[in-house]
Design a protein around this ligand. Sequence first.
Ligand code: IMP
Ligand code: MG
Length: 175
Amino acid sequence: MEKHHIEIMLPEETVNQRIRELGEEISRDYEGRIVHLICILKGSVYFTCELAKRITVPVTMDFMQCSSYGAATKSSGVVKIVKDLDEPITGRDVIIVEDIIDSGRTLSHLKDLLSQRQPASLKICTLLDKPERRVTDVDVEYVGFQIEDKFVVGYGLDYDQQYRNLPYIGVVEFD
Ligand code: IMP
Ligand code: MG
């Protein structure tokens, strides 16, 4: 690993406050319904748990893990499912929970794939969004923070599998 340090971009309390707001917004939007959260492993584990704690309507959860194909085929936007959902989503009110949207390829493919299973509704909630990097258009209903094009870690996001456990969002600065 190259020599680097982490600088705080979004402090813990800022992140937690925003997650509380997202939880309140979702609770209002889904009144009288059950929200089925789909956590995209591994990065959105932390965010999904914190968000779920702030939602006041009934919540169910499922987990899915995807990986992008190698660089050569990446532009096709094809993602491989490493672990599929345990339960069907047909007729359910589904929210895909992501840590960050970068090019948008992963989520647009995932949204297409899951919409084929005919959920009652399908929305996306992401903690972070890097709009400058977007290659594939994807509708995102809930965004925690729009950030500049910097490599960030913490709150589930990793740099070579490290730093997921940081309770804040930090920027990796190379020394
Ligand atoms: P994309 O939107 O398909 O390009 O891919 C989004 C995925 O790339 C996320 O789920 C992360 O795993 C990863 N990613 C993108 N930007 C960052 C970052 O700044 N830090 C850590 N992981 C990132
Ligand atoms: Mg990652």
